[in-house]
Design a protein around this ligand. Structure first.
Ligand code: MIC
Ligand code: SF4
Length: 644
């Protein structure tokens, strides 16, 4: 029996475990990346481990999220990360150089290698045939120190793409169609692999748009083969030598197969407030639009921007619409300006933003009250834009640009013939915004520079015998990490200050959550299914840890968040009978007795509801390593104990 791409790359990087679906495997990690919003924590954790130099083949620290610098906090974080990078052997991609995933694809990604990043959209690298995962900062810190990265051996899904896209239909529509079919939970525990004759019709940036948003499916990762098109892309980036072929065996066996006929796809949109709430643009109709934002790590390539420029050329943006453009990298912006496309974009009345995440992470450009915003981004969770009652629609660059001209949601096929975009044979290479690390010798004299906003990482205690705590919050299905630990311009500068951040935890669900937790001193959260979907931010575990949360009991969890909870020493349990969820209320006093023994022996965990005098069975399946982490009270304690 042959192997899928995912299985091949796992096999060639397997450090521990066997490749049986559902069991834990440890992988060797070749490359890591961090961004600044999760990076400060990751490097604080890395520093706490006491490793002199990174042990990966390549590690890059990007600054792309917190670029507003409204106070000293962001600037201090940037300086801290830069000082760690210089001393510990990492490349440092300075603010302005671009969004981590876009730059990594252009300059560093290598087919067949493994990559983990402290950002959930790291699977963008799957666009060039890398096996790349989003992870919590602590997992990235461990990998930088040469440790394995652990995942549950996933199932394999094959998405066969047939034919080619019609004019005006975009790679974004392909992934929106996959989201429509599979839902935001559909990818959990799976690698989504793309194949079929349609793959040949897609360029690397288009493939990367698709693998990037595999994150919204909840997938472990997504991957395309590395073929001649990948080789051409790397050649144009001056990196042809990095190319290797990566493909599935003919007789590879998949757990699930999905077929998509590209010829019949139409422009799509994900309606507020979930990426899988997908409808045809033609079906939604001409709703009035207030804002269009083009950019983010999923749609900010030169190819995307050239398509937008061609639509805007010689036209005028509708006066009722604010159109923003964030090119994904300095390379993209430079080339747009060289070929004149930037003038077409600006001439039409678009606002040019920095090459950074910007509005995607709520750093500016919040829409007006009850505004409709069309965004080429990846999540459209409620409130993430910074305006609580805004409606964000996820669309392709073509739909966003067309709608910016008309002022209403517009099917771009109504614009007539689509312009033919020719991509340059060579990209302009300018790595001036990438700083190299110091040599081992020089590094000895360098200091890591902390600022006053950088507070220590909270750390849990070893697991006690019993947990007794009240329910401090009960939430429904699909709770995102944006609910748990919001981002946005006001809060992001405090990503390295957990005590301050804690005041904002779960604000959207319960204004007084932090206050309740502080009063109770400890607590348990009750969640629905897919708890913790969305980003990789470990703050969504570290802040609850700081607030005394001992366990989250939910119907099911999203992958990265579940790992982050375990790393923080918060026990994620699932209800054995999902209906028991309905029996528990906020304020109920809960207890789990003999929990150490239960976890050690993989016994039956029972949740006692002392208020209602009821008990409910709980399910958990932790690997031996995860059990030890939980018993130790988190990965930091566990790592320290293992190094003794
Ligand atoms: C996001 O898209 O939500 C982020 C911001 O990039 C996060 C990381 C973060 O919270 O800093 C992610 O996707 O992991
Ligand atoms: Fe940045 Fe948005 Fe991509 Fe996250 S999803 S890395 S915030 S552009």
């Amino acid at each position: 029996m042959g192997y899928t791409i995912g299985q091949k790359l796992i096999k060639s990087h397997l450090l521990s475990g066997d490749m049986t679906v559902g069991s834990e495997i440890g992988l060797r990690i070749d490359q890591t990346l961090t961004q600044d919003a999760t990076g400060t924590m990751a490097y604080l954790e890395f520093e706490a481990m006491g490793v002199e130099r990174v042990k990966t083949e390549l590690s890059v620290a990007y600054i792309d999220h917190n670029t507003l610098q409204t106070g000293f906090e962001n600037a201090d974080d940037h300086r801290f990360i830069r000082s760690v990078a210089k001393k510990r052997g990492l490349l440092f991609s300075r603010p302005g150089n671009g969004i981590c995933h876009q730059v990594h694809l252009e300059r560093f990604g290598i087919p067949g290698k493994t990559l983990i990043g402290s950002d959930s959209h790291t699977p963008t690298g799957g666009g060039i045939g890398m096996l790349s995962f989003g992870a919590g900062g602590l997992d990235v810190a461990v990998a930088m120190g040469g440790g394995a990265y652990y995942i549950t051996m996933p199932k394999m899904v094959r998405v066969n793409l047939h034919g080619a896209l019609s004019p005006w239909v975009s790679a974004k529509d392909i992934i929106l169609e996959v989201l429509r079919i599979m839902s935001v939970k559909g990818g959990v525990g799976k690698i989504i692999e793309y194949g079929g004759d349609g793959v040949k019709s897609l360029s690397v940036p288009e493939r990367a748009t698709i693998t990037n948003m595999g994150t919204e499916l909840g997938a472990t990762t997504s991957v395309f083969p590395s073929d001649d098109i990948t080789r051409e892309f790397l050649k144009a980036q001056g990196r042809e030598n990095d190319w290797v072929e990566v493909k599935a065996d003919e007789d590879a066996v998949y757990d699930e197969v999905i077929d998509i006929d590209l010829t019949t796809l139409e422009p799509l949109a994900a309606m507020p407030h979930m990426p899988d709430n997908v409808k045809k643009v033609s079906e939604i109709g001409e709703i009035k639009v207030d804002q269009c934002c083009i950019g983010s790590c999923t749609n900010s390539s030169l190819y995307d921007m050239l398509k937008v420029a061609a639509i805007l050329k010689g036209k005028r943006v509708n006066p009722n619409v604010s159109l923003t453009i964030s090119p994904g990298s300095m390379q993209v912006l430079g080339m747009l300006s060289e070929c004149g496309a930037l003038a077409d974009i600006l001439g039409a009345g678009a606002r040019l933003l920095e090459c950074a995440c910007g509005p995607c992470i709520g750093m500016g450009q919040s829409p007006n009250s009850a505004g409709v915003s069309l965004r080429t981004f990846n999540p459209n969770f409620e409130g993430r834009s910074g305006t609580a009652d805004a409606g964000v629609y996820l669309v392709s660059p073509e739909v966003a640009a067309a709608s910016a001209l008309t002022g209403v949601l517009t099917d771009p096929r109504t614009l007539g013939e689509a312009a033919k975009i020719t991509m340059p044979e060579k990209f302009v290479i300018n790595d001036n915004l990438i700083d190299k690390p110091a040599s081992v010798e020089e590094a000895k004299d360098l200091e890591v520079i902390y600022g006053p906003n950088i507070k220590p990482v909270p750390n849990g205690d070893a697991l006690p015998e019993d947990i007794d705590a009240p329910v401090v919050l009960k939430v429904g299905d699909n709770i995102t990490t944006d609910h748990i630990m919001p981002a946005g311009a006001k809060i992001l500068p405090y990503r390295s200050n957990i005590p301050f951040l804690s005041n904002f935890c779960f604000r959207q669900c319960d204004e007084d959550f932090a206050k309740h937790c502080k009063e109770a001193g400890k607590g348990i959260i009750i969640g629905g299914s897919n708890y913790g979907q969305g980003s990789s931010r470990e703050h969504a575990a570290l802040v609850p840890l700081y607030l005394g949360i001992k366990s989250v009991i939910a119907k099911s969890f999203a992958r990265i968040h579940q790992a982050n909870l375990i790393n923080a020493g918060i026990i994620p349990f699932t209800f054995t009978n999902p209906d028991d969820y309905d029996r528990i209320e906020k304020g109920d006093k809960l207890a789990i007795k003999n929990i150490r023994q239960t976890i050690e022996n993989a016994g039956e965990a029972v949740l006692l509801n002392e208020t209602k005098n009821e008990s409910y069975p709980l399910t958990f399946s932790f690997s031996d390593r995860q059990k030890d982490i939980i018993l130790a009270g988190g990965l930091l304690n566990y790592t320290r104990e293992s190094n003794k």
